[in-house]
Design a protein around this ligand. Sequence first.
Ligand code: ASP
Length: 463
Amino acid sequence: MSKYIFLEEAVSKIGETVWIKGWVAARRNMGKIVFLDIRDRSGVVQVVGVGNDLDQHSIDVLSNVRLGWLVEINGIVQKRGDKQKSFVVQLDRIEILVLNIFIISESEALPFEVEQNTLELSEGMRLKYRYLDIRSERVKNNLKKRQEINLFLRNYFSKQGFWEIETPYLTKGTPEGAREFVIPSRIHKGNFYVLPQSPQQFKQLLMVAGIERYYQVVRCFRDEDQRGDRQPEFTQFDLEMSFIDQEDILQLIEKAMIDLVKELFPNLRMQQIPFPRLTYMEAQKLYKSDKPDLRTEQDPNLLAFGWIIDFPLFEYSDTEKKMVSVHHPFTRPKNDDINMMEEKPEKVRAEAYDLVLNGFEVGGGSLRIFERDLQKKVFQILGLNETEISLRFGHLLEAFSFAPPPHGGIALGLDRLIAILLNEKNIREVIAFPKTGDAKDLMMGAPSEISKEVLNELHIKGV
Ligand code: ASP
């Protein structure tokens, strides 16, 4: 390990000589004494340079250094007296007395102050310089909290016997209602991969494979026209399990959410435990919504989780002029309703459930069909003919001929869940490098044109 410490570690090193490095967040020149606030990932600390005690190099550095420059400092950790607290930044119980200071790298004038709440800046500015925006306290802490949540969920489900398994990103269409991103194949002329809307079919195939309990923190892709606060790529905590019923999944996820909030967000209050359950019909009747805001008080620290169950399996689409799946075509109809599938498809209820939180859907899942004939019947009701069924889903139907286990699962929308837990209105605040509302990456400049040569290699005629 390097000799450098994170600033937060200095708190337990009073009287010791330490090496730190960080960016200059503030500079106060009092003549013989120069104060700098130094920021690293872990916090901000005041360092004190006393001119008379320093060598010429350090004196020069202290007089030349500017905001945003990166320095390394060798100094003694001291306790701060209460009187001095007026300058106090975060690590306010200590300061570091400079013995030597060196410049690691200089900075141009920053396009904006990262010490301020950057929420007040234009989004264009923040996203173009996202790496500077991440230096700001709020965005950095959101990322810190995000990795704590991921780690919590990984540990939690790993302890319950789940394996994290990666599924492919270059694949074939997974019909879940949205348009798909298409990737041309260079090697196979005229053929295309599709980026998955979710690992839905792969996780079901992992159940056929006998894995029994799978999860993945996974990127999903949907090429949707921008509606509200959406991202073309987003992250799900995706899970699948064999030999379970709906109750098992609801309890498993509910317990994970309760434990997560208690451990990582002790300041937040859950309105009702166990989480209330409403059928889709009840939710529509009472709230005219399938993602109702169940909060009964206005309190920013209040979390109102709830389950919406018994979704319809199909609904009629006026635009497509046919039946479409409310969730996705792999969702299982309730056993009691299976015999209505052909005559009254819109009356059939599904073994499907959504987790809602403060008026947002933060998760959705279902028990799955694992019988070949039943799955085929659903495809037929969705208007697919034999050829389409075998072209698009032949692999799945074939897999279901090799003793598939009954299975089901859920996917949590991590970006939204984290945004609500962190009281952020926009999911962009909890994503390191988000895209704009119209799906652009302002920092990298994506999407962008590509050269004729590359298009040729991909067998694509220019537009
Ligand atoms: N794949 C589904 C989705 O992305 C979730 C699930 O059914 O597990 O919404």
